[in-house]
Design a protein around this ligand. Structure first.
Ligand code: NAP
Length: 484
């Protein structure tokens, strides 16, 4: 199989927050894996930046420790790690201070891609952007990468956008939503728009409903205090689930170009119906194998949701009357992220005597085992007459690539390389983020005003019973989380 790794241009990537958790867990290991794949040019540099005092060697020790912890053993080769570390440098800098900036300017090279990754608290974005511009470190074609959360409501998101816009153009800003970097998410677009099969059926005439699930088995332990100010709606729905909904529901863009795609996603957000309280179920996990949510959050009075299920309507020609059911939660029975497009039943069944013919469903799985399957009804093989059986046409990407295929890169690997290539397709635009908050804000405001209490649910389940009822009352059911 021909290698699909295309080297990128030489770059200087300044990683603010280089001593932090995300850098160790995701960003540095992803850069290392791209280095290992031969994608990182020999003279590209990663310049770590944070307040901690250390020299290049101190930073290399830190990176080496992170790689040991977060890169699988089979991928850790001493010579390769040494070569990678030689490309790592460090500078001590305080985002809110004045020291260190002229030194950073002196380190930057002309004629290479300059990228600045803000893996720090969003409250520092404005200060960093201002100093990078003010000290002449960033230029017209430099790129800024910013992490989630991008605001906690519309007002804060607008402020962050304004802070960045004061120093940088929108075409320079890369807002990360790592769900968009998943292989499956891009494949959803390929399947929809590169095949003639699905698009004619992709509408209210043939689709009964869509369900999007992002279920986690972990709780909020360790980050309870932070999470308690956020909750599932802000932490997951406003960004990740919203992006999945948009990619499933959007119209075909004229071309596969960043702004054309993002225009189409934005139109979907604008077409979302306002939410009625009866279409929202919020939950909070009870004490079980582990402590309860309120204990983890260290707030016995907390009304924050660790689970949410919503029935969302889209008012446009394609989707009128087709509900999109979204759910996400912590401490659920299984770790699973998937989109299920449930088609309608055939208008008339000629197989009445052979029993019920289940409708087709296209499942797009983001984790685990990225892939897609289409459930089809066929005749059971053999001489036993016309017996029908429902089988999945399975396309697990890792298998489809074949034994000598490359491993699917982590979302962060793809997204960071896209930044270096200058491709914004898989990043959120400022107006998209604001529109998503404009839809989310009144929902949150509603339950705050009503002092709505979340339903309690047992750990290791599918969430509260009321979430099941949200679909049952429409004669539908959630995909069983225990089903393979
Ligand atoms: P963290 O572990 O607290 O790290 C924060 C980093 O910022 C450290 O390197 C810290 O280093 C640096 N820093 C703090 N104040 C600074 C200042 N005034 N000037 C320069 N550097 C400063 O946080 P994190 O978990 O890595 O998260 C970073 C960002 O990513 C946050 O916005 C977070 O919401 C987001 N995020 C994190 C995760 C995750 O899994 N961790 C996932 C998604 C998004 P010094 O103390 O040495 O300055």
């Amino acid at each position: 199989m021909v290698s699909r790794t295309i080297p990128v241009d030489c770059f200087d990537l300044v990683l603010f927050g280089a001593t932090g958790d995300l850098a160790a867990r995701k960003i540095l290991p992803s850069l290392y894996r791209r280095f290992l794949a031969g994608q990182m040019p020999e003279d590209a540099r990663i310049i770590g930046a944070a307040r901690s005092e250390m020299d290049d060697q101190g930073f290399r020790d830190l990176v080496s420790k992170a790689l040991k912890e977060f890169v699988s053993k089979g991928k850790r080769d001493a010579d390769t790690i040494d070569a990678f570390l030689a490309q790592c440098h460090y500078i001590t800098i305080d985002a809110t201070g004045d020291a260190g900036w002229s030194q950073l300017k002196g380190m930057m090279r002309d004629g290479v891609v300059k990228a600045f990754y803000f893996s720090v608290a969003p409250s520092l974005f404005g200060a960093l952007a201002e100093r990078l511009r003010g000290h002449g470190i960033a230029c017209e074609d430099s790129r800024l990468v910013v992490e989630k959360p991008f605001g906690t409501d519309l007002a804060t998101a607008k402020q962050l956008n304004a802070d960045l816009a004061a120093s940088f153009d929108e075409h320079q800003v890369y807002r990360i939503d790592h769900f968009l970097g998943k292989e499956t998410v891009q494949n959803l677009m390929a399947v929809r728009f590169a095949n003639v099969l699905f698009e004619p059926l992709w509408n209210e005439r043939y689709i009964d409903h869509v369900q999007i699930t992002v279920a986690e088995t972990v709780g909020v332990e360790g980050r309870g205090a932070y999470y308690d100010k956020s909750g599932a709606m802000r932490d997951m729905v406003q960004n990740h689930l919203m992006q999945l909904l948009c990619l499933t529901a959007m119209e075909p863009p004229t071309r596969f170009e960043p702004d054309m795609l993002r225009d189409e996603k934005l139109k979907v957000i604008h077409a979302l119906d306002p939410m009625a309280p009866s279409d929202i179920v919020r939950g909070q996990y009870k004490a079980g194998e582990q402590a309860s949510y309120v204990e983890h959050a260290e707030n016995p009075e907390s009304r924050t949701e660790s689970f949410i299920a919503l029935k969302v309507g889209i008012s446009n020609w394609r989707w009128k009357g087709v509900p999109f059911y979204l759910r996400t939660g912590k401490r659920m029975s299984r770790r699973l992220s998937e989109i299920v497009v449930q088609f309608k039943e055939t208008p008339h069944s000629i197989f009445e005597r052979e029993g019920h013919v289940p409708a087709n469903a296209l499942t797009i799985r983001l984790q685990p085992d990225e892939g897609m399957d289409l459930s089809m009804t066929i005749k059971e093989p053999g001489p036993g007459g016309m017996r029908l059986v429902n089988v999945p046409l399975d396309m697990t990407f890792a298998d489809a690539l074949g034994p000598d295929g490359e491993e699917i890169p982590d979302a962060y690997e793809r997204l960071i390389m896209d930044v270096i290539r200058g491709n914004q397709t898989l990043f959120m635009r400022g107006d998209e983020v604001e529109a998503a908050w404009a839809w989310t804000d009144p929902i949150i405001k509603g339950w705050v005003e009503r002092r709505a209490q979340p339903y309690k649910y047992a750990q290791g389940t599918s969430g509260p019973e009321e979430a099941l009822a949200l679909m049952h009352r429409d004669g539908r059911r959630w995909r069983d989380l225990t089903e393979e």
